[in-house]
Ligand binder design. Sequence first.
Ligand code: PGA
Length: 261
Amino acid sequence: MEVVICRNYEDMSKAAGQKVAGLLRAKPDAVLGLATGSTPLGLYRELIRLHKQEGLDFSRVTTFNLDEYVGLGPDHPQSYHYFMHENLFKHINVNPRSVHVPSGTADDYGSYCRWYEQRIKECGGIDLQVLGIGSDGHVAFNEPGSSLRSRTRVKTLARQTIEDNARFFPRKEDVPVFAITMGVGTILESRKTVLLANGKGKAGAVAAAVEGPVTAMITASALQMHPDCTFFVDDDAAAGLKMREYYQWIQAQKPAAPRTQ
Ligand code: PGA
């Protein structure tokens, strides 16, 4: 696991943008796993800038989103379909047929979830998965207690997550209680994972995920088992890290490190 501590949100977003852009330049038909929420907005702005100003090409890219609220159709302003369209897809040249966001209005979630997993495999697996982290330590909607081998399925949102996400809805009662989400096992199969976190509210979750034990109570801690995982965090989100200076030392040595593939 690599921990990159950035001065602020903008630097964090740009650093993550460079990581995604580096992959797309090396592999123009990459499969990207994408996340919603406030955290990745700066990354998406950076990818849009790289597309418009530097010609970063998404025409051969395939995308899979992590999750969606159960009950919200793609045109609902709080749906993750709508979020992705407004904040990324409509600004870049991704082929709409190559975009996948889990359906929040499936007739049969069991078979739909199996299809979603199958579709990821058919597309060759996820090359790079972008993640946020909940204040309760979740990744995607894998709330505390989720199996660390879980696959795409329907989950009940924790009260804390409903509280956290209420800011996007007119009233707290409007936040759906259920969501369809990739599992921790699904996420762990992606070739690279990039987790973004900013703000004081994430400091406890980041510290637990990076330096605590691997536990289903903090599903982001399962990333300690991932062979290629980078946490990009701003100063505030890094505040609880005991080994903070060590991570900064590693980053400072990086330019002189032997090159590896
Ligand atoms: P946020 O959500 O980016 O809106 O803080 C993160 C998450 O819940 O994964």
